[in-house]
Write a protein that binds this ligand. Sequence first.
Ligand code: FES
Length: 108
Amino acid sequence: MTARPACLLTDLAPGSAVRVEIEGAAGVVEVAVVRTEDGDVHAVSDVCSHGQVSLSDGEIEDHTVECWLHGSTFDLRTGAPLALPATKPVPVYPVTLDGERVLVDVDV
Ligand code: FES
């Protein structure tokens, strides 16, 4: 388990997400790093569990992200799908804040 630098807090306006690639033990992992309107920071797989599209291009509302293609929403805290058509969760990764640096561990 190794937390690696993903981005800076200043890259993340409240209610937005950025797509980053993080080198993990099993290779490169595409991650959506999300800052909610209330300031919490989450990291989930950037790849929707229903299709090969980027969740970081979706809409952030409360603690969810909505896939822009078919509208499934995912809980950013658990990765669980909250609306069809997605039925599988997306992986969730631990986030650590080190000052302005956002660290993500993709090896959990
Ligand atoms: S690709 Fe995301 S809900 Fe279909």
